[in-house]
Design a protein around this ligand. Structure first.
Ligand SMILES: Cc1cc2nc3c(=O)[nH]c(=O)nc-3n(C[C@H](O)[C@H](O)[C@H](O)COP(=O)(O)O)c2cc1C
Length: 237
């Protein structure tokens, strides 16, 4: 395997403003899962930029255990779609990227955690990078993980120790998908301790002084609680 970056590669070629249509947060906020594609092909150099998005993802120990199987052949696409619980719309994409995880090195370096967790997390980071890059380039895709692993492996000759992580059908969108609902910040953020919610969180986030005050307050309450528990434990002995 060639380990080094090709020195003639110029990152500016990938991110020229004519190609990239939005900034990163806009891309994050406006990306949608696209399941309907026009028949327009994805040019190879554009596909290359999407792959670059994946290649530049962070990975544990920089091991970069992702591998990408690019599928353009009609019969192969059909087999992939069938392996994905017959989500046949997948085969209508001009190209499909199947993201696979090599686990050997991760197992060697990090044991069970590397094998089961980091290998999946690394690929997930690459997948999301590719979805966002595709969206920035005016392409659409969808993260598909509902598939029969053995069937997919057979369809693409994926060896026994390699684990497919996701199917990414890629093409130009032929649908406008409304934004799905998202939990509010209040629902998903806790302060200093799991489960400690704050109402009116937008106000807190806008004002660092309020944020600090709340953090100190909660930290104080948590410490008091911990002391009380320790004391009770001590008195029982
Ligand atoms: C791990 C994972 C697996 C998914 N698997 C499928 C799938 O098999 N088929 C599908 O149509 N969408 C799949 N999706 C897409 C989700 O349905 C979609 O991301 C979610 O409804 C939110 O919509 P959005 O992507 O437009 O924000 C998957 C997404 C993730 C992250």
């Amino acid at each position: 395997m060639q380990e080094k970056e090709n020195p003639s590669f110029d990152i500016k070629d990938s991110v020229s403003p004519e190609k990239m249509k939005m900034n990163v947060f806009e891309a994050i906020a406006t990306r949608r899962s696209i399941r309907k594609f026009t028949s327009q092909d994805v040019p190879m150099e554009i596909l290359g930029v999407v792959i670059d998005g994946g290649r530049y993802a962070p990975s544990s120990g920089n091991i970069q255990n992702w591998r990408f199987v690019l599928v353009k052949d009609k019969e192969n696409k059909q087999r992939v779609a069938e392996a994905a619980m017959h989500q046949l719309w997948i085969a209508s994409a001009p190209v499909i990227i199947v993201v696979c995880a090599e686990t050997e090195k991760l197992k060697q370096f990090y044991g069970i955690r590397g094998d089961r967790l980091y290998s999946v997390q690394n690929c997930a980071a690459a997948i999301e990078n590719m979805l966002l890059t595709a969206h920035c380039l005016g392409l659409g895709s969808c993260w598909v993980s509902d598939f029969d692993e053995d069937m997919l492996k057979r369809a693409l000759n994926i060896p026994g120790d390699i684990r497919p992580q996701a199917i990414l059908p890629l093409g130009y969108p032929d649908e406008i998908v409304p934004a799905p609902t998202h939990y509010t910040m209040e629902n998903v953020c806790y302060f200093e301790s799991y489960g400690t919610r704050v109402s009116n969180i937008e106000r807190v986030m806008q004002n660092p002084l309020v944020f600090d005050k709340i953090s100190r307050l909660f930290k104080g309450l948590i410490d008091v609680g911990k002391d009380a528990i320790e004391k009770r434990k001590g008195s029982k002995k």
